[in-house]
Each structure stands twice: as C-alpha cells, then as structure tokens.
Design a protein around this ligand. Structure first.
Ligand SMILES: Nc1ncnc2c1ncn2[C@@H]1O[C@H](COP(=O)(O)OP(=O)(O)OP(=O)(O)O)[C@@H](O)[C@H]1O
Ligand SMILES: [Mg+2]
Length: 403
C-alpha cells in the first residue's frame, strides 16, 4: 500500500500524495495557494504537528522517516534537515541509538510502551515517551509514531526535592546530637579548668589539662558549626548590590584561605540591577566559593568572578504566558585541578570533603542559602580543566514575584 500514514483525515479521503509531511519551516514555502486552499485540513493537521510542544517522530512500515517535528529535533540536539524524511529512521537518528532501539520495537512488541522514560546519556536528558502504531482504515499497521517530552527539568526539580527532604531529616538528627553533645562538652571544659586550679604546681598536669580544654573547645566549635548548618535559613531581605557583595567576598575569602599569587579578576556588567537578597548570607556564599577556589589553586592560578543580568524561562508549558523571571548570574571560575565526575555529584552533600582539614559544610551551606533565595547553583568542571560555579538569583524575591 502506497499510502502515507502521516495525514489523519477525518473525512476518510484516500488521496495518494506520496510526499511526506515536512517541518513547519518547509511548510511556509508551500507552492500554490489554490492547491493549499483545496486541502485546508491537510495543512491544518500538519501545522498541529509542527506546532506541538511535544516531540513527534513518525515512520512508515518500511522504516522510512515520515515526520519529525521541530521540537523533536530540539530535544535530540539535531539540526533539522528535509533530507531526513524518506530515509531509514535508523540512519537519520543514528546519533540517538536509544531512540532507534525504541522505534525498532514498534511492530515487534505486544504492548507498546506508554508513558515510559529513557535517558539520553550523552545529552544527559530524560525523555518521557509513548509509542503507538499508526493503522489504516482496515486496522493494518502502516507505521508508528513516537510522542515524547523532555522531562529533564522535572527530574531536576524532583532531585532537588529529594535532597531537601534528605537534608531536613539529616538536619533534625544532627541538631539533636549537637544539642546533646553541647552540655557534656561544656562540662569537660569547666571541670578541666577546675582541676587546673587544684594542681597549680604540676607542669605535666597543667599541659595535659590545657590540651583537654583546647580539644573540648574544638569539638564545641564543630558542634556549633553543625547547628549553624542545620538551622533553617532566615533571610533578612534588602536591596542588595551584587558588585558590593562580590568585592567584599574577595577580602573575606582572603582571610579564610591562603591566596598566594592567585589573581582575581572581577567583572560586573554595567547597569546590573540591585537584587532583593540577604547581603550577609550572600557574602557567605561567595566567600565560600572563593575560599574553595583559593584552596584548589594552592597559591597559583587565576580566578574570575563575573556578574551579569539574565532571565529564566519558566515551565516550558507556560512559555509565552508567564513572563520570564529576571535574574542575576554570578560565575566563579578558576583554572585549578577541577573536579572528577564522581566527585561533582557529591560536593554539595554535607560533610563531603577531600581536604584533611575540611569540614565539608562549605558548599552545603552555599546551596542552602541559594535555595533560600529561590536561586540555583550549578557546577561545570572536568578533571584538569578548572571549575566553574554558577549562581543564578532572581532579581525580585519569590514572595514579591508571585504576589
Ligand atoms: N573550586 C574547586 N575546585 C576543585 N574542587 C573543589 C572546588 N570547590 C570545591 N571543591 C571540592 O568540593 C569539596 C567540598 O567543598 P566544601 O566547600 O563543601 O568543603 P571543604 O572546602 O572541603 O570544607 P569546608 O567546610 O572547610 O569548606 C572540596 O573538599 C573539594 O574537593
Ligand atoms: Mg570549602
């Protein structure tokens, strides 16, 4: 049967055209208006498919690609090409072997996947998809169609939720332990002090007791830091100048970590808007990021901090309905050793550290503060190529934004 499967026709017309549905861009150059006017439904259905916010791929029974809309090309990171249509889908989609595998099952599986998910490894994207057969009037399968959506953003949100839950329960536990430890530690310190007074003449006992007191103080400092971390962040929001925060954080980071000969280049875009944020807490964010960069560079190298205005598109489902959120993006980049992939996954976890003296709370606190501002933080790094931490903060605080 030479029929093409891509044109649902409610009137049941059996026009044989042999041509395939083209992407929206090709449709604009449709030759004669008289022909188009005589088959308005055909064009209409074509535009439905090309305007869909879902990715759509259809292929014929013989395995040739009949349709691939613009969203499908976008999700797969491929360049639209009219030459793809009519070719075997396995060839047109050879860069996406996961998808070729799914499409290949269209006429073999007894139950086709509905609302299934697949991860495109090299793009690090998650796709939710449904595969259906296309049948003609007699019920004979003449092709198949894959509908899919990019779920990456949804996944990231879920992952953040999970992390937040994990941190919340971990926080409760840590707060409990810290609270219990504070009293005995204070007791040790006080009693060691008393004992010191009772043995004023014994040099050995004095030095041992001095050690006990300083160790107890150290343990107490860790407990205090832990409590600081688990306490919910309360923001004192004010109009904040990011340029000030960035400048001050350089000075503060120098007092926290050794800078050595490291150069720090600060670039703040002219006209950057003031943001609604907690100045003091943001200072902590950039101080921690810079201190980490100093520590990674071990006295030699370059750091750049760049701040620029940007926007975030909201949920793609509401694109064009909700205006994009104005943001300020601050990037802290160093040319140090960078992070191996397995370490990158863990750096924001509390107590994860690769440093002998580190507590591993620096980035966990950074993330907590950024979250409290309804911001985002992400890191891009490869072993040996330095690290880049990108903090995105809304210009207006969330409560103001959703009012
Ligand atoms: N700029 C960077 N370059 C390379 N590795 C980094 C960088 N920033 C962070 N890291 C890695 O992430 C880990 C966690 O950082 P984090 O700031 O949370 O803890 P820390 O620096 O080890 O201890 P501290 O609590 O004193 O900050 C570090 O131990 C380090 O391995
Ligand atoms: Mg740190």
């Amino acid at each position: 049967m030479a029929q093409t499967p891509q044109r649902p026709d409610p009137r049941g017309s059996r026009r044989k055209t042999g041509s395939s549905v083209r992407p929206a861009s090709a449709g604009r150059h449709e030759a004669t208006t008289s022909r188009a006017a005589s088959v308005p439904d055909d064009r209409f259905f074509r535009h439905i498919v090309s305007s869909m916010r879902n990715g759509v791929i259809a292929f014929r029974r013989d395995g040739t690609l009949a349709l691939m809309n613009a969203e499908a090309y976008r999700i797969f990171g491929l360049t639209p090409s009219a030459a793809d249509l009519g070719r075997a889908f396995a060839e047109g989609l050879r860069e996406r072997p996961e998808i070729v595998r799914i499409l290949s099952g269209a006429f073999e599986l007894s139950h086709l996947p509905n609302r299934a998910e697949v991860r495109l490894k090299d793009l690090d994207r998650v796709i939710g998809y449904t595969l259906s057969q296309v049948k003609d009037d007699d019920g004979t399968p003449i092709g198949a169609v894959l509908f899919f959506k990019d779920l990456t953003q949804v996944e990231q949100l879920e992952e953040r939720e999970r992390l937040r839950d994990r941190l919340a329960s971990l926080g409760e536990m840590a707060a409990g332990i810290a609270h219990e430890l504070k009293n005995p530690l204070a007791g040790i310190e006080v009693m060691a002090g008393l004992l010191r007074r009772q043995v004023p003449d014994s040099k050995d006992a004095q030095s041992l007791l001095a050690d006990i007191i300083s160790e107890a103080k150290l343990a107490n400092a860790i407990v205090v830091e832990m409590l600081e971390f688990v306490r919910p962040v309360r923001l004192q929001v004010e109009r904040t100048d990011v340029a000030d925060v960035v400048q001050q954080s350089v000075t503060m980071a120098e007092s926290k970590a050794r800078r050595g000969d490291v150069t720090v280049a600060v670039h703040v875009e002219p006209g950057l808007p003031m943001i609604e944020a907690d100045h003091h807490q943001l200072l902590q964010v950039f101080t921690n990021l810079l201190a980490n960069a100093f520590e990674a560079l071990e006295g030699r190298g370059h750091i750049s901090i760049a701040a620029l205005a940007s926007t975030i598109e909201g949920d793609p489902a509401f694109a064009g309905i909700l205006p994009p959120t104005p943001t300020v993006v601050i990037e802290v980049t160093d040319d140090g050793p960078g992070l191996p992939a397995d370490v990158t996954d863990k750096i924001f976890n509390p107590f994860f550290t690769t440093k002998p003296q580190g507590s591993g709370l620096g980035l966990a606190i950074v993330r907590k503060i950024v979250d409290a501002h309804d911001g985002r933080i992400d890191v891009s790094s490869l072993s040996g190529s330095g690290a880049r931490f990108r903090v995105t903060l809304p210009v207006t605080s969330a409560s103001g934004w959703f009012k």
